[in-house]
Write a protein that binds this ligand. Sequence first.
Ligand code: KMH
Ligand code: ZN
Length: 271
Amino acid sequence: MDKLVICVAMTGAEATKNDNPALPVSPEEIIQSAIECRSAGASIVHLHVRDAQGQPTQDVEVFRTVVEGVRRETDLIVQISTGGAVGADPDGRIASLILRPDMASLTTGTVNFGDDVFMNGPKMVEKFAARMKELGIKPEVEVFEVGMIANGVRLLKKGLLAEPLHFDFVMGVPGGIPGEIRHLIHMVDAIPAGSSWQVAGIGRAELPLAATAIMLGGHVRVGFEDNILYSRGVPARNNAQLVERVVRLAGEFGREVATPAEARQILHVNC
Ligand code: KMH
Ligand code: ZN
């Protein structure tokens, strides 16, 4: 089994400081959280940014501040979100790829997202993938239901993605695939041989799916984007606390945790 790659999604687009006051939203807070998560054992940061009012934005200059800060302070693999918030302008969602992050998220289909719709039409997804290819950015194929895996394979056949693919199974969003272990097994079975995968369980699905991924040889995403609680009714102290728990769990199962340099090799990022 490869060493375990831990990705941390520290901010997201949906949670607010009302939900958890430790949510990092300013560039300084996001960079500080990245430093703490690196110390805790994370090797990838999945980045969303907020404006001065704390609202989600895809503003290139805000992303630039955060990307430069994370790169200055850590050796983390930098992954920019091209999902943004529901309803974000498609061109704006890929504008920050110009910063040449190591990776970027690429959702390969449309999904209901709570009371909203997270729009990712076929032509839009092709355009996003083509831009990542042009700039040499490794896509993380984000799938919210199993049909999105087939869409990713279609992009591969069209030459817009390259093997080995790396998937992120986002499980437990109301409207997407439920965060159940039996569904994770089905997702893992559905990806092309040789692909890597990680799971991002939403809310209370985070912990059981992380434990399952550790045992199955997959990788894990945690963080306030997906889950703001440590346990039922108890807010997590910070993102690093969620990373630390995954590191402890991995240790119990005898799975070593990858450094960012090792994660680059495992996921074929910039190598
Ligand atoms: N905020 C969600 C609507 C991504 O980062 O690529 C989409 C999302 C996916 O977070
Ligand atoms: Zn995201």
